[in-house]
Design a binder for this molecule. Sequence first.
Ligand code: NAP
Length: 282
Amino acid sequence: MKRLLLPSGSEMPVLGQGTWNMGEDPAARRDEVAALRLGLELGMNLIDTAEMYGEGGAEEVVGEAIAGRRDDVFLVSKVYPHNADREGVQAACERSLRRLRTERIDLYLLHWRGNVPLEDTLEGLLRLREQGKIGDFGVSNFDLDDMLEAAALPGGELVASNQVLYNLLQRGVEWELLPWCRERRLPLMAYSPLESSPQEQGALLGNPQLAAVARRHGVTPARVALAWLLRQEGVAVIPKAVRLEHVRDNRAALDLALTAEDLAQLDAGFPAPRRRRPLAMR
Ligand code: NAP
């Protein structure tokens, strides 16, 4: 699996698995664990979760899926903004570690910006890093102005990644956020790479230009959408899938090479941004 270098020197796999909506229904748990385990067997060994998902339920599913294979996994979790003051982030991380049944989260993110001053959050995250409870820390849903503010604070130079909405339909980050991150060798993590709401996913996967590229390669539109993200320099991608055929399809996106003709057709179907827009979120 190709890896991206974090500013600390650690490496993060370029393709992983999301877990939003997991851990909410006990009847679905077996399938969710099986999907994550299949993904790990296929080499998608970054798992992204959060204390928010299923109010801890998703972290428990992940804990079960990675039991006995923790060393093979690059584990990402996130703290709620309202838990992200100096003491709160410590307690939240410890709760996450218990649910994940591990002693260390590889990358711990502030889920989005709330009312807690960023310097307090960074102080808490630095302390967790010193304690070895987290490897790296980062942010999520941060636009360029938030990144600049964080970068100027003590510990801000250690922010390792920014997880944001990025897919063919939502290309706003290409205007200035992605170039800024690339310049600093700070990987962006693309969330909702396939758009999870039925309406948005329909608009993405039902796009005629995407369908034409998929037909040319004899693959699904989803695989093309992921392959397109995976070829962006400095971007990691975290599709969520419970159906096993989806897990296999997502892994196969790594092996799909898009041609110049494909890329031009995708640009026609999903135009790149022509001006600055506020960061979109889900
Ligand atoms: P997503 O991964 O883009 O889409 C998930 C949906 O697509 C599910 O309904 C899934 O179905 C389906 N799917 C997966 N693979 C497919 C394939 N090959 N073909 C067709 N359909 C496929 O959406 P997401 O869950 O919103 O985003 C991914 C992850 O990013 C999340 O799970 C979460 O970890 C993270 N995230 C972070 C934030 C943040 O604020 N930081 C926000 C949103 C998401 P099945 O499950 O039925 O297989």
